[in-house]
Structure formats: C-alpha cells, structure tokens
Design a protein around this ligand. Structure first.
Ligand SMILES: [Zn+2]
Length: 118
C-alpha cells in the first residue's frame, strides 16, 4: 500500500522535528501533495492516524494541501497548469513541456507544542 509508506516517512520526519525541538506534542502537520503523486488522501489520513496511535505522535492531525501540476513549456517558456485531459501550453499550444510540480510530497509545516512548566 503506497499511502502507508508515505505516512511512515511523514511520521519519521515529524518525530525528528518533535525530538529536535524537545516538544511535548505535535499538533497539525501540513503536507503538500501533488495531484499527480497518485495519493489517495483519505487513505493517507487513515494510515497516518493508524500509525501514530499509541505513539508519541498520538493526537497529531494531518492536513493535506493539494498542489496543482504545473508544467513549463519547452518552446516558449510559459508556466501553466497541466490538466490530465489537456496539457497543451496555454500560451503557444505546444505539448512539449517539463513538469515543474505535481508529483511531489513534502512536509510544509509541523506544529509543535511544549508544556510551559517543567
Ligand atoms: Zn508554450
């Protein structure tokens, strides 16, 4: 299951952030997921919750921000949104392009909380 592997990687990074900051809890974890990454967001949310349950990350929640795929035209250099059903350049009509974003999975923000006392 693809999403389980992704969730495991996210949990690994978040755990490191938590430890490096000596935080007591993790709140909201925001991740950018490219629409071409082939991730089912409900599955990813489910996996994240399943593997954080009963761990130091229990209570953390995952927020998934979908990133629209953007391509850069090789002919005219225009950057435009690539749609699954139409990937022609919006400026010159070429279909020769390089993908810039759309398949990435990255952690944008990790909210950490610490108890004041102690
Ligand atoms: Zn173009």
């Amino acid at each position: 299951m693809h999403e389980l592997g992704i969730a495991t990687q996210i949990v690994g990074v978040v755990t490191r952030v938590k430890e490096e900051n000596s935080a007591d809890r993790v709140g909201l974890v925001t991740v950018d997921i490219g629409l071409l990454a082939g991730i089912d967001r409900e599955s990813l949310e489910f996996c994240f919750e399943a593997i954080t349950k009963g761990t130091a990350l229990e209570g953390a929640s995952l927020r998934i921000e979908e990133v629209k795929p953007v391509g850069k035209c090789r002919k005219c250099g225009e950057e435009y949104e690539v749609r699954p059903d139409d990937f022609t350049c919006s400026a010159c009509g070429s279909t020769d392009f390089d993908m810039i974003t759309g398949s990435e999975i990255s952690i944008r923000e990790v909210e950490i909380e610490s108890d004041e006392e102690g």
